[in-house]
Design a protein around this ligand. Structure first.
Ligand code: AMP
Length: 215
């Protein structure tokens, strides 16, 4: 089974992707994470991507997405199903993503859309921290109590993403509304869409996804 998961910032799609990976033995392709890793490199491409995602808070170009995705898919054994997190993020990427899947011998079976209101996105993102070592998602006030604490799972340094400021989230939500929601509509018309309410508890969102995938 090959899945795509889409949702606005803070919708919990990363958490749901991790649960789906465990349940169905999928491999994870997180395009945002792959780009953030490229952005950390002191190379011309790294500096360019850093400027786009962390300073301008815009989307990177479609051909970069296609290249990164093809590279990521080529690292995964052909027999393994995948869950793609974060693309296609605009209509122009739909064909690029489908071609990359085809080249790796796969097709998209279902597209999951986890939706939450924009006000909730802003609240959740202001509390979002990540471990720089094990990449665990941590919530301020629940998993950690201030930004100077170590990761409760591995002891690594924790940080907030540089694009997770309130102004940064608002800008990315605009981009999501204008550019990504038309992609969601495309997959609705294709009858591939699985829509879930991201305001429920994590386990309830997961149950809803599984029930709809297995219907
Ligand atoms: P994310 O971790 O999914 O929030 O992605 C972090 C940033 O990477 C986004 O705000 C975009 O700047 C960039 N990005 C991620 N996925 C895509 C995509 N499919 N197309 C263009 N830019 C992307």
């Amino acid at each position: 089974m090959n899945l795509v998961i889409l949702g606005p910032q803070g919708s919990g799609k990363g958490t749901q992707a991790d649960l789906l990976i465990k349940k169905y033995g999928l491999s994870h392709v997180d395009i945002g994470l792959a780009l953030r890793n490229v952005a950390k490199a002191a190379t011309p491409l790294g500096e360019k991507i850093n400027e786009i995602i962390n300073v301008r808070k815009e989307l990177v170009s479609d051909h970069v997405i296609a290249e990164v995705l093809e590279h990521e898919l080529s690292q995964i054994p052909a027999k393994s199903g995948v869950i793609l997190d974060g693309a296609p993020r605009r209509v122009g990427q739909i064909d690029e993503v489908e071609n990359a899947f085809k080249k790796s011998g796969r097709r998209i079976d279902k597209v999951i859309h986890v939706h939450i209101p924009e006000t909730e996105s802003v609240i959740r993102i202001s509390k979002r921290y990540n471990c720089t070592q094990c990449q665990m998602h941590l919530i301020l006030g629940k998993d950690v109590h201030n930004g100077d604490e170590a990761c409760p799972s591995c002891g690594g340094r924790i940080e907030q993403r540089p694009d997770d400021t309130v102004a940064g989230v608002r800008k990315r939500l605009h981009v999501y509304r204008d550019e990504t929601l038309p992609v969601v509509e495309h997959y609705r018309q294709q009858k591939k869409l699985v829509e879930v309410n991201g305001l429920q508890r994590v386990d309830q969102v997961f149950q809803e996804i599984v029930a709809k995938l297995e219907k």
